[in-house]
Ligand binder design. Sequence first.
Ligand SMILES: Nc1nc2c(c(=O)[nH]1)N[C@H]1C(S)=C(S)[C@@H](COP(=O)(O)O)O[C@H]1N2
Ligand SMILES: [Mo]
Length: 365
Amino acid sequence: MIGRWLGVAVSVCFLTGLFSHFQQVTPGWLVIPSRPASLYRVTQGLHVLSGIVSVPLLLAKLWTVYPKLFAKLPWPPSRKALGAVLERASILVLVSALALELFIGFLNTLQWYPWPFPFKETHYALAWIIVGSLLLHLAVKLPLITANWRRTPADRTPVPRPADSLPPAITGLSRRGLFRTVAGAGALVGIASIGQSVPTLGPIAVLAPRKPNIGPQGLPVNRTAKDAGIQVKDDWRLTIKGPSELSYSLDQLRALPQSRSDLPIACVEGWSQGARWEGIRIHDLLKLCGAPAGSRLRVVSMEKGGFYATSELPPQFAEDPLTLLALRLNGTELDLDHGFPARLIAPNRPGVLQTKWVHRLEVLS
Ligand SMILES: Nc1nc2c(c(=O)[nH]1)N[C@H]1C(S)=C(S)[C@@H](COP(=O)(O)O)O[C@H]1N2
Ligand SMILES: [Mo]
């Protein structure tokens, strides 16, 4: 039963993780819709939540099966023995990949990277190793699994014990006790982290590294302007490189027609929060510079280097009326840490792609 729960949690985690990966590295055949606007907020919240809940489930599952790891292999060597060795090897791969995946995923939510390899690529590759070894494991166990599901209720009724036999000795945790402990631990870590995506539960989110409403303008910040080495000079201008090249000062941008969007920042690390953004529709800017319909747009930050210095907007995102070059947040001018003078905000998009401190837009053909 614990295995089944773990299976559900890992499947949710895998599918939502795949979606997040494709958002950031979109294969040519895939068109990600820009709506529902809060889709990524939900999928990524579920991703981090299901990953965190998997930790106690995995530990419990390992605890129930680890004696099998030390069971004697058939001897002398035979086909059966070879099968048993291969099975144990595949389980070793599954368990170590899953443990490592959950561990680095959790550390990533804390923005702590005490390893030399790139997180995103490793996290993604491990996911496929887990899926492969899990399918292998399920295939090997298929006869046992089908036999279990085929059991009739009569098979499940315990055989009555002879009246004179001794009661079974219970040492340590009972079956039910283990169940309650695991369910309790799962619920506890879940409740201690869900508040990072559900602001009303924010105060109890002791496991969440970012708490809703805490930060400038009531919104958390991942990377401050100081961390990113940003200094904004008075002569800041926005350049738009399209069929025609345009340049705007901040006052000129403020004079363009402004729109309002209620959109969340949904960080890949799981925290998210809705906010009110005001600024110029990206679609309007594209029209101003004469970009043809269906253009892709590269958004460039003043930040030098780093993974988040640029991002690309596929046409359906660039044309969505909710997508803004935002100048204001929650009723006041953008705080420097939220991307002053201008930042990108688009629906259904990971936080990492909501580029701050924008100074150039490039229309890509
Ligand atoms: N230029 C730049 N833009 C950036 C980042 C960054 O480090 N540099 N961080 C991104 C990440 S990871 C997130 S979650 C959001 C956070 O936006 P906020 O700080 O306004 O809440 O900004 C994104 N935009
Ligand atoms: Mo983020």
